[in-house]
Design a binder for this molecule. Structure first.
Ligand SMILES: Nc1ncnc2c1ncn2[C@@H]1O[C@H](COP(=O)(O)OP(=O)(O)OP(=O)(O)O)[C@@H](O)[C@H]1O
Length: 599
């Protein structure tokens, strides 16, 4: 290349014959060659530029200055030469500048590639960085005001984890302000050009990846604690895909495999409940606190404080729902609650029942209950729910039958939950709580003027999770929708979110009717089977009791002067009792047989 040759020549090596820069320049001038065109395709290095300037500088013996009014031929050649040389200099200069720019850009790209270790997503990363550089970041601060809403919906973004970093995933979520969030969705045009689709969302609060559990708690569950002391029900849900941080937020931060239960929302709520209990305003109320912990898998409920014993959910004529036999432990200090949280959490993750060996397929419900000492009436209840991974519902197509059924059930419960929260916001609206076991057991959380709910949607920041994150955000947005006027603080410095960004259809919760019916049949049979076995156990037990009581009664007739009337009435009552139990068992046996035949 020419610059190479010039440089070489300067160093006194490889000089092509008959061609010095100076000589060639003059030859070109003489031949009328267009210097500028040639320079536009020829690259000059800065050294070349120096050489060129020396070529255009006056010779060691410059011509004497011409007399006034007279210009020799030689002088005008010199003028012409210096004009041309200047032109060349300018062209070379701008060329060099351009080349320098290109070299800088190339170096930057190489640096980026180097930095990203040949990350296939570095272009997206660069686009996102450029987008972020245009934003003014005003994240949520500890000192920001807490908004008192009946329904609060917020989002928490966790940091990229080791696995995502190893996979060289790009963080595609930006949190510019305390209530706004942008998802940079990587896309490809038809011609494979890469671009970003930036989707904006707004919630009550958005927590970025630097936020601690304490900060999240301060703006979400903490304001709800006083609700239970004022005759209301408080509920806090953690919603999101598996691995997005639900358990980290609700149960507590992990240090290796150890979980610090004090730092989770369950533990933080417990601390504040005991603080309020001793507050002068409530100390005289003579309240007692208890706690329960259970898990909902499909239509089945398991007690996490009693070795995952299966529980029944019953509804009376007044629509009061009861989880029969649920362990409820009296607690008098925070440490007791933390012990229960630990016990239930361990049971949830390590306990194995045929039905449930994976925590992300079930909803975990931890409840703190407030009653007046000695009373059965519940004055207030705080329910804290770590929901099943929502991607379980979306992965219907590629999964096996069991997973599809689980997915359908999770979908059903999440849809029902959304509707129930919306109904709470629309005072007096029909409450579709029978839509799922989850909403059935939480029925009383969705009623009453004083009840308050908070949903924390958790998202993973990596590009691999972008579809699930968008799905989570759309779901949370639908829950929030009805409370758009509910004292929502709007940051006017940011563009408003286009309403049509989200629509019900976009929410990737589709229920396959056939799968649902199959699942319902399966669960119905499983439920009837359980009832049959329970009634059979009851018959056996009552037969043993009957036998003992009948023998005693029979023997009593041998005594002299026995009360015939009492004897007859007692015998009749015993018979009636055992016949009723057996009739009940017969009904269960018939139902089970019919269900099996209809299957
Ligand atoms: N905000 C955060 N900061 C740091 N690490 C986090 C954060 N959120 C989650 N993690 C880490 O990410 C991992 C997965 O989190 P976690 O178990 O809470 O997810 P999950 O949504 O409960 O998943 P699953 O539904 O499978 O139970 C954990 O190792 C946790 O420590």
């Amino acid at each position: 290349m020419f610059p190479y040759l010039i440089e070489e020549r300067e160093q006194g090596r490889r000089t092509p014959r008959n061609e010095s820069p100076k000589r060639r320049l003059f030859e070109d001038e003489r031949n009328g060659n267009d210097l500028s065109n040639r320079h536009s395709t020829t690259a000059f290095s800065p050294r070349c530029q120096n050489l060129l300037s020396s070529a255009s500088s006056p010779s060691p013996s410059p011509p004497k200055s011409p007399k006034k009014g007279t210009r020799s031929k030689r002088e005008s050649i010199y003028d012409y030469k210096s004009e041309a040389a200047k032109k060349v200099e300018m062209i070379a200069k701008s060329r060099d500048e351009r080349r320098q720019r290109q070299a800088d850009e190339k170096a930057l790209k190489e640096q980026l590639v180097q930095l990203e270790h040949n990350n296939p997503y570095w272009e997206f990363a660069q686009m996102i960085n450029e987008y972020r550089a245009s934003l003014e970041f005003k994240p949520l601060r500890e000192t920001d005001p807490v908004i008192e809403n009946q329904i609060t919906v917020c989002v928490r973004k966790r940091p990229l984890n080791d696995k995502e970093i190893r996979r060289r995933e790009v963080d595609v979520v930006s949190v510019p302000t305390r209530n706004q969030l942008v998802v940079h969705e990587p896309k490809h045009k038809v011609d494979l050009t890469k671009y970003l689709e930036n989707q904006h969302f707004r919630f009550d609060y958005v927590f970025d990846d630097s936020c601690t559990n304490d900060l999240v708690y301060k703006f979400t569950a903490k304001p709800l604690v006083k609700t239970i002391f004022e005759g209301g029900m408080a509920t806090c849900f953690a919603y999101g895909q598996t691995g997005s941080g639900k358990t980290h937020t609700m149960g507590g931060e992990f240090k290796g495999k150890q979980q610090n239960f004090k730092s989770g929302i369950y533990g933080l709520v417990a601390q504040d409940v005991f603080k309020l209990l001793s507050h002068p305003k409530y100390a005289k109320m003579n309240y007692a606190i208890s706690a329960s912990f259970f898990e909902i898998y499909g239509k089945l409920v398991f007690d996490l404080l009693a070795k995952k014993q299966r529980l029944r959910v019953l509804e009376d004529g007044k629509q009061q729902v009861q989880v029969v036999g649920l362990t409820e432990r009296a607690v008098t200090k925070v440490e007791h609650v933390l012990e229960l949280i630990q016990k239930g959490s361990l049971e949830r993750t390590s306990g194995q029942t045929s039905a449930n060996s994976n925590s992300s397929r079930s909803h975990a419900v931890f409840q703190i209950i407030l009653r007046k000492n000695g009373s059965k009436h519940i004055d207030g209840k705080f329910s804290l729910i770590d929901l099943a991974g929502n991607e379980r519902g979306a992965d219907n197509n590629k999964s096996n039958r069991q997973t599809r059924i689980e997915g359908a059930d999770i979908n059903k419960s999440l849809l029902a939950l959304k509707e129930c929260i919306r109904a709470l916001g629309r005072k007096g609206a029909h409450l579709p709580f029978r839509g799922s076991k989850l909403t059935q057991v939480l029925r009383d959380s969705f009623i009453g003027e004083k009840s308050r709910t908070c949903m924390i949607a958790l998202i993973s920041p990596g590009n691999f999770s972008v579809d699930h994150s968008l799905n989570t955000l759309r779901y949370a947005d639908r829950v929030k929708e009805l409370i758009a006027n509910d004292n929502l603080e709007v940051d006017d410095t940011r563009p408003t979110i286009p309403e049509d960004d989200v629509s019900e259809d976009n929410v990737e919760i589709d229920i396959d009717e056939e799968v649902l019916r199959a699942e319902e049949r399966r669960l119905q049979i499983s439920s009837l089977e359980w009832e049959l076995r329970e009634s059979q156990r009851h018959v056996i037990q009552s037969c043993v009791n009957f036998h003992d009581m009948a023998c005693n009664l029979y023997n009593s007739a041998d005594e002299n002067g026995y009360d015939k009337q009492h004897y007859a009435r007692k015998w009749k009552s015993l018979l009636n009792e055992i016949v009723d139990i057996q009739k009940g068992a017969l009904i269960k046996a018939n139902e089970f047989c019919q269900a099996l035949e209809g299957n």
